[in-house]
Design a protein around this ligand. Structure first.
Ligand code: PLP
Length: 448
């Protein structure tokens, strides 16, 4: 059937995942089926697909034919163009390979992998309100890995840390918490810790430059008065994944004890921090009174967190989990995914860290700057001399044409006009490229 290339009502532009060019699709709004126009005229592309409309402006994305892998395309009316963020969001759905972290996985495959992990379990039974089954196994395993007497699982780190700081601050009779200015609690929790638990912040550091980012003993000494607790985030993600040196961490811990202030570690990425610090997670945890760890960063779990510490403290933290609404009827899938991460990903942290060092050096040789120049863990910031939208456009185009995600979105640098930056994280996907291949790919995309 001959078809006109002139857009007609019901025609849509589609970013064809197989080809670098946009193509026109005649799209039936009733059935969701479409027919390619142009050189592949007449080819049925999406018979039986589901079409999701969103955003109120009839932007659409094609999902999949039954029984076939998801194939998505960005669609819009011919006269409209998509914003960069819309293109990125739609292209992300079609991505098959990542240069960072882990390759995309469908919910079905992820859940199948969790079932396979559950099959390995000694106790594949339901926890009930967090008691028993894989939740108990996870708590036991994390307590042992961190060398702490007890541990409690939470659905989120946000709730875990508020509950822990609540227990310490009630015990110490002060809601004043010493904390780095770039802490997750201050930047990413919508002021919840203050509004819900009444914490008052005593900022250890405020800067975004190297010297004033990672708290030291001097920063602690500079804060007078009572403290309910001291919080350290290792690594400090919003400072560029920065860690103190081991000796600095030891000295900081001693200064907290001398002052009688409990030290709580935001160890969301404690596993990732161990290679740089040159000490095991248990040795790191021994410097703190309580430690929170996450399972969905380097460990690639679904979500979830654990706090480890003394028996009596953890028993009280458990009560605060209920009071904050976090004692779920079951957390089994999250716990099983965390156990999988501890088994599969934790042993790879040194490998990821070494790769980060290697890549930072190779990037520098190509004129692409990282911060820190020598990374402290498996992640760092990358800087290039181009505006964020321009670099993001290049990244999105590669996503659309090659189904390959090389970096997250780029943002303009606040400090240096004309420069932009993003974060780059090593994971199992990164290791499928050699460091040279990965850096060549980044240079091709970023410096084009
Ligand atoms: C350093 C740090 N602390 C705490 C959290 C909070 O964890 P959750 O997302 O599980 O609430 C995050 C999450 O990204 C984090 O990066």
């Amino acid at each position: 059937m001959a078809r006109s290339m002139m857009p007609a009502p019901g025609d849509w532009n589609v970013a064809n995942p197989d080809r670098p060019a946009w193509v026109l699709i005649r799209f039936d709004r009733q059935t969701g089926n479409g027919v390619l126009l142009g050189d592949a005229a007449g080819a049925e592309v999406m018979a039986g697909t589901q079409v999701c409309l969103f955003g109120g402006r009839s932007k659409a994305l094609l999902t999949r034919r039954p029984g076939q892998p998801a194939r998505m395309g960005a669609m819009t009316e011919p006269s409209q163009s998509l914003s960069l963020d819309e293109r990125r969001r739609l292209a992300m759905n079609g991505v098959e390979r990542h240069l960072m972290g882990r390759h995309p996985v469908s919910p079905q495959d992820e859940l199948r992998s969790i079932i396979a992990e559950l099959d390995r379990s000694d106790d594949p039974t339901w926890d009930r309100y967090g008691d028993g089954g894989p939740v108990a196994a996870l708590e036991g395993q994390v307590a042992a890995l961190l060398g702490k007497p007890a541990a409690v699982m939470f659905p989120s780190g946000t709730m875990a840390q508020q509950s822990t700081l609540r227990v310490w601050s009630d015990r110490l009779g002060s809601r004043r918490i010493a904390i780095p200015g770039l802490s997750h609690l201050l930047l990413h929790e919508q002021d919840g810790p203050r509004l819900l638990n009444g914490f008052e912040w005593a900022l250890l550091t405020t800067g975004v430059t190297t010297g004033g980012v990672v708290p030291t003993v001097d920063h602690l000494t500079a804060i007078p008065g009572e403290l309910g607790a001291v919080l350290l985030e290792i690594p400090l993600r919003d400072g560029g994944y920065l860690l103190p040196a081991w000796e600095e961490l030891e000295a900081f811990s001693r200064a907290c004890s001398d002052r009688g202030a409990p030290l709580h570690l935001d160890g969301a990425r404690i596993w990732e921090s161990a290679p740089y610090l040159g000490h095991s997670p248990a040795e790191i945890a021994a410097l703190a009174d309580t430690v929170y760890v996450s399972f969905y960063k380097g460990l690639r779990g679904l979500a979830g967190a654990v706090v480890a510490g003394p028996e009596d403290v953890i028993a009280e933290v458990r009560l605060w989990r209920s009071r904050h609404g976090g004692t779920l009827w079951t957390m089994l899938p999250y716990a099983v995914s965390a156990l999988r991460g501890l088994r599969e990903e934790r042993p790879r942290m040194a490998e990821y860290y070494e790769r980060a060092l290697e890549m930072a050096e190779l990037l520098a040789a190509k004129g692409i700057r990282t911060f820190p120049a020598r990374p402290h863990c498996n992640a760092f910031r990358v800087f290039v001399e181009s505006p964020g939208d321009i670099v993001t456009e290049r990244v999105v185009t590669v996503m659309e044409r090659e189904r390959l995600a090389v970096t997250p979105r780029w943002g303009d640098s606040e400090d240096v006009p004309g420069w932009s930056w993003t974060e780059f994280t090593m994971g199992s996907a990164t290791m499928e490229w050699s460091a040279h291949e990965a850096v060549d790919l980044l240079a091709r995309v970023l410096l084009d």
